[in-house]
Design a protein around this ligand. Sequence first.
Ligand code: ATP
Ligand code: MG
Length: 572
Amino acid sequence: MKVSELFMPTMKETPSDAEIESHKLMLRSGFMRQLSSGIYVYLPLGYRVLRKIENIVREEMDRSGAQEVHMSALMPRELWEESGRWAVFGPEMFRIKDRNEREYCLGPTHEEAFTYIVRNEITSYRDLPKILYQIQTKFRDERRPRFGVMRCREFTMKDAYSFDIDEKGLDISYRKMYDAYVRIFKRCGLDVKIVEADTGAMGGASSHEFMVPSSVGEAEIAYCKACGYAANLEKAECLDEPFETAEKMEQIQEVFTPDVRTIEELVSFLGIEAKRFVKTMIYRADDRFVAVLVRGDREVNETKLKNLLKVTELELAGAEDVERITGAKVGFAGPVGLSIDVYADNEVKYLKNFVVGANKTNYHLKNVNLNDFEVKQFADLRNITPDDLCPKCRSQKVTIERGIEVGHIFKLGTKYTEAFNCVYTDEKGEKKLMIMGCYGIGINRTAAAIIEQMHDEDGIIWPITVAPYEVIVVPVNVKDQQQSSVAFEIYKALQQEGVEVLIDDRDERAGVKFKDADLIGIPFKVTVGKKVTEGKIEVRNRRTKEVVEIDMENAVEAIVNLIKKEKAQYEV
Ligand code: ATP
Ligand code: MG
């Protein structure tokens, strides 16, 4: 492709509304443009990258024995009524009506559609197991679309679903997907951490997320440098480690704390450390209210709370409810004298003489102890912190890092097959529920994560496996007859070798062309300049910045070899 003809609207300035590097670079390099909040269009270079990622995903899915299908994005309400998710999916689902007022959604995910098809078409154990997948557009009305295609409202997902006769079969399908994901991300040049993820209240199931460590990631990962344990923050377990204080229990005491509501405000007002406070959070859990206690310097882990209470909906109570329940303005809630159930984090068990809200506006209570109120249940209800020991090996403290979730695999069990009565007949003629797993990869988010991991001040550094083109040939001065003709010869010969190659034939200053080549991240730049009179040209590796001078005569062979060597490191 000639750059003079390529639709590649690069930008010199950094777009002001882009906050993270991948978003800035995808706009600056002319890979994509925003159409509306969380909605993007892909231009030629960007689309080539997406297709390359898709192809890697497709090859590895096929290699694992999964079969590609294509479901509709538009799905009728009735399908989602069968699983019960029409009611519980909430505002993230785009819902529309047809001309006859029938309701539909634009698929945010496809468990329903796959289970429906398999239920109708597969009846015997002889036809199982099956792993089916698609690469398709998903729609999610995210509360906060941001960071470009990292969190957008229309995106491409590879989603796969496995159907097995029993748990043992599911384990095998799950392992196949797990291994395929490891190969996919390696081929994409991504360094991923595989972490345990929460599976909700369904005991026994397992789930893993594939995370790209990055400071702009929206997820947090706790891991152990000693034993390799890794879990996302929602899942990571906090050990119940008893600790003793020699302190004597003091007399409870009411203190006047005018307008002092938050832990930070209390710390400076009372001059007491945050860990001597106990926070009381009031939640609405399905149709009741509960209070949750954690130490002042800790955060409630809502996933753990949800699992403990076995509820589907959990949210912080609104101001009105808090006032009605506590009899005080928000910021003064406490467990003493509270009439709703109180759940407390394990750590609270070992505290003495702590400070809580007094359930009276502008007052707190000091020297509160466990015998001053009733706790319905103690449990692990807080987020893990860098103070905590690894819950697995206990040999050292955990490290907490941010990460971008690019993939997610999940043992669903019978959640959907039960709802859809998706059964098979076994060898004895008995009907049994199929056992399911689901497996997703965000294609666009993967592209953005690659850029987050692979860029420098000059632009993107695409791994050669996903780069829009492998080589860019740059004649320094197109008006120079020899430079131009040698450049075109090499370009054509590379094309004939099956190399994906660009030639920057624009009548621009060399500096401009070099900058663009670096910005769009092409792995090899072949410069045809003055030395062409001596039969020499230059090849630069974008990633290693290594420059080699090669002879014009065997240029093509040399470049093809460099490409081979570069590709080798992404092989699986
Ligand atoms: P998140 O917690 O980031 O919202 P999720 O748990 O909702 O992700 P899944 O439903 O497991 O994600 O979807 C599978 C994959 O799809 C994710 O791992 C991610 O790569 C991608 N994905 C999910 N939501 C978005 C989005 N809004 N924009 C781009 N990619 C997304
Ligand atoms: Mg989500």
